[in-house]
Design a protein around this ligand. Sequence first.
Ligand SMILES: [Zn+2]
Length: 249
Amino acid sequence: MRVRFGRRGLPPAGPAIVAQHLAVWPLLLRREQERLLQITDELLSHKRWEAARGFTLDDTVRVVIAAQAALLVLRLTTDQYRQVSGIVVHPSTLVTTGVRPGPSTGTVTADPQAVLGLAQDRRGPVVLAWDQALAGAHREQPGHNVVLHEFAHKLDMLDGSIDGTPLVPHELRADWVRVCTDVYDDLVAGHPRPPLRWYGATNPGEFFAVATELFFEQSRELAAYEPELYDVLARFYRQDPAIREPPGS
Ligand SMILES: [Zn+2]
């Protein structure tokens, strides 16, 4: 592999770290692997990486997170992440407190809430729990990947609002809105649309983030059950992950 990396970007052990921790790595073509490492290098070089609560960011933490974020934009450009000012990593699941809207309309709650990750609005950072990010890399829970989820929110924010529609090409827009609205409205109405999770009915932004997780992590299942949704995602991301997954996965 003839890829050169800057000193503050991908460390010498980077390719081995990616190969060790990313379940998707052996499924990628050689040129996709090279591109993934290039994007990982760019994200490590150009974004601000920060540890929270006394946590230490070693090479493994930075590389495993950056490489997953890179998968999302493998066929796009890192410019799509221009809203990502930095990445803040907590050692494990964050617990937030403070008064916020409660589970029923008109109520408030101050109960602690577990947060696996956050994508702060506008130019804010992506906040992640390392244990969750690592579990996602290893596909411990099929279809769940907090890094893909939070970075999908950042793609969604590019046009100024989190509305479930990132900057899709003009010729895709009508299909995108029609297909996503159909599946989303069904979920909101309580009609199951597997493999979509109910969390996708929270709002259109969560719908896009959840659909993105499935597109990359349970791609064959999504393609089989929701071929139209798979198709618009494939046209947006310019990837066809279902063809790289071994049968039965
Ligand atoms: Zn979300």
